[in-house]
Design a protein around this ligand. Sequence first.
Ligand code: AMP
Ligand code: MG
Length: 423
Amino acid sequence: MAQLSDDCFAFNGPLLPIGEAENLIAQRIAPVDGRETVGLRAALGRVLVGDIIAPVNVPPFDNSAVDGYAVRGDDLAFDGEKRLCIVDRVTAGHAAQHNVGAGEAIRIFTGAPMPAGADTVFMQEDCRLDGDCVVVPAGLRRGANRRLAGEDMRAGTIALPAGRRLAAQHIALAAALGLTKLDVRRRVRVALFSTGDEIVEPGSALPRAALYDSNRYLLAGLIGRFDAALTDLGILSDDPKVLTRALAAAAADHDLVLTSGGVSAGEADHVRSAVESIGRLVFWRLAVKPGRPVAMGVIPGADGHGAAFIGLPGNPVAAFVTFVRVVRPLLLRLSGALPEPLIAMPARAAFSYKKRQGRREYVRAVLRRAADGIVEAHKFEQDGAGVLTSLTETDGLVELDEDVTHIEPGATVGFLSYASLIG
Ligand code: AMP
Ligand code: MG
């Protein structure tokens, strides 16, 4: 595991702003080593190691964008209507037998190659047949309804850059270029634990004072979106020895060790001290609500390099918010992906809210379109960091920056949809 050296973070202050945590991750975390070559379908979700240079033009030849009549641009200068003789017919996948001469047209269909001599296509809806001829209207410009070879992608240019996380559309472009295999980085290995004496596995009996584990399911689902190789290592008790042993073992063969719970300042919170006893803590509190206790550190791995460690808060909503803001950029960096900034979309606040300056806050909200057509964000009433239904019953998070102190109804706020956050 070769991504974190022991001295990679400088920050020692008590409450780290999110932006600084993100900068540290961007500057100091290196992508994992290792690559493999995979088929197109298997490449979905993986990260490209190198640039892909287009070996061919897309489209490969000039062709018609519509069903209609291919003509010469030189025949377009007229007023009223013009009658052109149809000399051939060409469908997609075939070539015309004739050239288009002066005063002539060739019946053509979408995707068919442009006949020699023709550079413009009239849409069939704009034309009228008259025996063996077609009557076309004036006013079409030269080149209309024709797609040029290479206008989508020119041979020799970068089709997909190194670091691109391959979604369906990127795989489609690789296929359009005729490629069958892609070089991708190896998957990031993530070890996942829940912690807490009160946490039990769903399906087992629920003793008094116990709680079913939801965080591991939340976090496993989120990690899955980054196509990491996940090892689910279950639930650890609030026991320093158990924690230390398990975290050290996980660091040996993972790039990232992720826990939830046990990182705040309570007497039963031993995760931080466990990390400090075997590695180094970089920060353990973020200026964010919900989610303040979130620890990041390095645990030495087997080969002298460090595995990254992130301890998320135990409250599920806090775990979600800090995953998005800390684990997401870290996973992107480790996987060699280009940064994918989260851009909040504007919405109109339908609520008032007071907050402390200097802290980023996230308000769970439902979107509704108001009578005047503007999209409004409605705050979910129960806003406790442990209220899981505040995530299941809403559409996303209103993000309130550090310098904001209050929001009144009607203010424009930034909204991050869950779809954008967990993609
Ligand atoms: P902690 O950060 O350990 O103090 O936990 C904060 C709150 O989150 C406590 O109420 C815990 O019971 C709860 N919690 C911790 N881990 C989990 C988990 N895996 N699933 C659901 N709730 C949890
Ligand atoms: Mg706990």
